[in-house]
Write a protein that binds this ligand. Structure first.
Ligand code: BDP
Length: 676
C-alpha cells in the first residue's frame, strides 16, 4: 500500500486551492466560521456510484466529487451483517473503494476518506460505531431562545417552518453526519407542551425531511403533563387509561408524519417539571407508559435521571437514591439518561455512580457541550479530555446511546467561540469511537480548521486545545471544588453567595463548606456516605483521604487547611498554586495565539484574540475572588510566591453582570469591565 506523505502540506494545498475558506467567505482570503471543519477544497475525483441510489448516496457522491483530490472513488453497497453505519475503505492515495452495508455507512466512509485526505493519512481503514445512537440535545425554546445557549438564538425558525427551509438545516445535518452524529433532540428538556401540537409536529417533520439524507433522526423533549396542557385532560397519571390512550394516539400521529421518528426525551419531577411522582407513581411507571405508546413504532424513551430534592442531605446522592431501586423495572425501549457527574456538569466531577449501577437497565451518558459552567462561549475549553475522564473510569466500549447538550446557535460561526466548534466535533468523534484520544481529536480538528492559512499553526492550536480545560479547572475550581459559581447565570465566581429563600443546594457554601478549620464536602462513609454508592474498588479509593486523587479531594473530603498532600504542600498552599497556574495558563493561551498572527484568517484571529483576552481577565477574577475569600475565612495569607491579588474582595463582591438566568450573555460579557 502506498503511503501518502503529504501531511500538513496537503492542508496548505487545500487552503490554497480553495482560496482561504472557499465559498461562504466574508472577505478575500478569509473565513467567517460558517464553514465549520468541513472540506473546502475543489475536488477532482471520478466517483463511481453503487447500483442503487438513495438520497444519502446522492449526498455521498456529491461530497466526494466536490471535495476529494483522489482520481477515482468507487462505492459499493454490500448487504450483510454488521452495524449500521460501519464502512471499509480500501485503496491508496490515488484510487479508493468504500464499501458498507448501508447507505449511511457509505456517507460516513466518505467523510472519513475526506478527513484522511486532509490529514495526509493513508485512507485504508474500517470502522464501526461503538454506540448506536449518538445524539445532540438542543435546549432550544419555541420562542427562539436557548437555555444555556451562548451562540445566538435557535437555529430552528419555528415561525417560518414548515414552508421556509433555511439552508442552514442541511449544513447542520451535514456537519453532524461528518462526525457520525445520528440523532438530534430539537427542543429544551424544560419542554413546552406545544411541541406536540399538530401545528408544531408539521414543522418538526419539515426539519426531519431536511436531515434524513444525512442519517440524522429527530427526537423531541416532551412535557409529561402534555395531555393536560394540550387537550385539557384532568390528569397526566401514567396509570390512567385516558392518559395512556392520549399518548398512544399522539405517537400514531407523530409516526404518520415521520415514520423514522426517534423518540422522546423526558425531564420529569426535576426542577419543577411535572412527572409521574405527582401522582404517587414511579419514574419507571412514567417511562414505561410512554415506552408503550412508542414501542409499536420502534421509538425510544430517554428518561433523564437528573433529579434532586431539597430535603436530602447530599445532592450528589439523589439520582442514585431515586433510580437505583428501580433497576430492572424499565421497559426495553427505555434508556436512563444520566449526566456524567453526580451534581451538574461542573468543570470537573467524578463519575456519576448511577452510571456504574443498575446492571439490568439500559443507560446512557449525557455530556454537556455548551459551556454552562466553563466560561460560556467566552472561554476556550476543549472538552474531550473532560469526557475522556468519564469514559476512562467507566470503560465504555458499547452503549446503546450517548447524548451531548449542544453548543450550537444561529451565530454565523455556529458556536459563539470559533474554537468551540472543536467541542461539537469532539462529541461526535468520541460518540463514534469512545477509545479515541483527546490528542487525536484535537489534532484532527486543528488540521481541518479552514481558518488556518499557514499549516505551521496546526500544532500550536492542538496544544492550546489540549491545555485549555485544565486551565479552566485551575482558575475556577481546582482540587474537587465545585459549584462556587455566581447564582443563576453560572459565569463568574461567588463562593460567598447568599440568596435569601434559595435552596441551600443551589448555593456555593453548601458545596465548599469552608470554615476557619478546613474546606471540602465530607462524602465519605462517615460523612454523607456518597462514596458508598460507587463500585467497591472506586469507593475504597475515594473514601480514603490518602488515596483519593487530589483532583477530587474536596469533592469527597473535608480537610484541615494544614492537611499535607502527597507532594508535601498543604491544602492551602496547593490551592494557591492551582489558582496561580490557572492564571498563567490563561495568559499563555493568549500568548500562543498571538504567535499565530498572520497564520489565521483575519476576522477569526481577531475574534479569538478578544475572547482569550476576556478569558485571561476572568482567570484573574476567579483567582482573586476565590483566594481572597478563602483567605478571609482561614485567616492565612496567600502562600509564599503566590501572585498578589489585583482586585480587592469588596470590589469583586460588587461585580454584577446584570444577566439573568438563561439570557445569552456573550455580548455583554465582552464589553464588561471589572471594577477595581
Ligand atoms: C442545569 C441547568 C438548567 C437545566 C438543567 C437540566 O442549569 O438550565 O435545565 O441543568 O439539565 O445544569 O435539566
Amino acid at each position: 500500500m502506498k503511503k501518502t506523505v503529504f501531511a500538513y502540506a496537503v492542508l496548505g494545498l487545500a487552503v490554497a486551492a480553495a482560496g482561504g475558506c472557499g465559498k461562504g467567505s466574508v472577505e478575500a482570503g478569509g473565513c467567517d466560521g460558517s464553514e465549520l471543519w468541513l472540506p473546502q477544497a475543489e475536488g477532482k475525483a471520478c466517483v463511481i456510484p453503487p447500483d442503487s441510489i438513495t438520497p444519502t448516496i446522492e449526498v455521498c457522491v456529491d461530497e466526494l466529487r466536490r471535495h476529494s483530490l483522489l482520481d477515482t472513488v468507487s462505492l459499493a453497497l454490500i448487504p450483510g451483517e454488521g452495524k449500521p453505519g460501519a464502512y471499509r475503505i480500501e485503496g491508496d492515495g490515488v484510487v479508493c473503494g468504500i464499501t458498507a452495508n448501508t447507505d449511511i455507512g457509505l456517507l460516513y466512509g466518505a467523510y472519513e476518506l475526506l478527513r484522511r485526505e486532509r490529514m495526509g493519512e493513508n485512507p485504508a481503514c474500517s470502522s464501526a460505531p461503538a454506540i448506536e445512537r449518538r445524539i445532540l440535545n438542543h435546549w432550544d425554546n419555541l420562542d427562539g431562545t436557548i437555555e444555556r445557549g451562548y451562540a445566538g438564538h435557535s437555529l430552528w425558525q419555528w415561525d417560518s417552518l414548515p414552508d421556509v427551509r433555511s439552508g442552514r438545516y442541511e449544513q447542520y445535518a451535514r456537519a453532524c453526519a461528518s462526525v457520525g452524529i445520528n440523532g438530534t433532540v430539537l427542543n429544551n428538556v424544560n419542554a413546552s407542551a406545544r411541541i406536540l401540537s399538530g401545528e408544531y409536529l408539521r414543522k418538526v417533520a419539515a426539519l426531519a425531511d431536511a436531515f434524513r439524507p444525512y442519517g440524522l433522526k429527530v427526537y423531541l423533549s416532551v412535557n409529561f403533563a402534555s395531555p393536560m396542557l394540550l387537550d385539557s385532560l384532568d390528569t397526566a397519571d401514567p396509570l390512567n387509561p385516558g392518559v395512556r390512550d392520549w399518548w398512544r394516539a399522539k405517537a400514531d400521529e407523530i409516526y404518520s408524519l415521520m415514520p423514522d421518528f426517534g423518540g422522546f426525551l423526558v425531564k420529569a419531577n426535576s426542577e419543577g417539571q411535572p412527572g409521574p411522582c405527582d401522582y404517587g407513581r414511579s419514574h419507571a411507571q412514567g417511562a414505561n407508559m410512554l415506552a408503550e405508546a412508542l414501542a409499536p413504532h420502534g421509538g425510544l424513551v430517554m428518561w433523564r435521571a437528573f433529579v434532586y430534592s431539597p430535603d436530602d442531605a447530599d445532592r450528589a446522592k439523589q439520582a442514585y437514591n431515586e433510580f437505583q431501586p428501580l433497576d430492572g423495572q424499565f421497559a426495553d425501549n427505555v434508556i436512563i439518561q444520566i449526566k456524567n457527574g453526580p451534581v451538574d456538569f461542573q468543570p470537573r466531577e467524578p463519575l456519576s455512580p448511577l452510571l456504574a449501577a443498575m446492571s439490568r437497565t439500559k443507560k446512557m451518558i449525557e455530556f454537556q457541550i455548551t459551556q454552562e459552567y466553563l466560561g460560556h462561549s467566552n472561554h476556550l475549553a476543549f472538552l474531550a479530555p473532560m469526557w475522556r475522564e468519564t469514559l476512562d473510569v467507566l470503560g465504555v466500549e458499547q452503549a446503546p446511546a450517548v447524548a451531548g447538550v449542544a453548543n450550537i446557535g444561529d451565530d454565523t460561526n455556529w458556536t459563539g467561540h470559533p474554537m468551540a466548534q472543536a467541542n461539537w466535533y469532539a462529541f461526535g468523534r468520541l460518540a463514534w469511537d469512545p477509545s479515541l484520544s483527546s490528542e487525536r481529536i484535537a489534532g484532527e480538528w486543528a488540521a481541518q480548521w479552514p481558518a488556518v492559512t499557514d499549516a505551521s499553526a496546526v500544532p500550536v492550536i492542538e496544544d492550546m486545545l489540549m491545555r485549555s480545560r485544565e486551565a479552566v479547572v485551575d482558575y475556577m475550581m481546582p482540587m474537587g471544588l465545585h459549584h462556587i459559581f455566581a447564582f443563576g447565570h453560572h459565569y463568574g465566581p461567588e463562593p460567598w453567595c447568599e440568596v435569601e429563600g434559595a435552596r441551600p443546594d443551589w448555593l456555593p457554601k453548601y458545596y465548599h463548606r469552608a470554615d476557619s478549620a478546613g474546606i471540602g464536602f465530607d462524602r465519605t462513609m462517615v460523612g454523607s456516605g456518597a462514596t458508598g454508592q460507587y463500585p467497591e474498588a472506586l469507593a475504597r479509593i475515594y473514601d480514603d483521604v490518602d488515596k483519593c486523587p487530589e483532583e477530587y479531594l474536596l469533592w469527597f473530603h473535608h480537610v484541615p487547611w494544614s492537611h499535607r498532600l502527597a507532594g508535601g504542600k498543604t491544602v492551602w498552599e496547593s490551592m494557591c498554586a492551582h489558582y496561580d497556574r490557572g492564571v498563567s495558563e490563561a495568559d499563555s493561551l493568549s500568548a500562543a495565539w498571538e504567535s499565530l498572527a498572520g497564520k489565521i484568517s483575519p476576522s477569526i484571529y481577531a475574534d479569538v484574540s478578544e475572547r482569550l483576552g476576556v478569558q485571561s481577565r476572568d482567570a484573574r477574577w476567579w483567582h482573586d475572588a476565590c483566594l481572597l475569600y478563602f483567605s478571609e475565612i482561614n485567616g492565612l495569607p496567600f502562600a509564599q510566591g503566590t501572585m498578589p491579588a489585583e482586585y480587592s474582595l469588596d470590589s469583586l463582591k460588587a461585580v454584577s453582570l446584570g444577566i439573568t438566568n438563561y439570557e445569552c450573555p456573550t455580548a455583554s460579557l465582552l464589553r464588561r469591565k471589572l471594577c477595581r
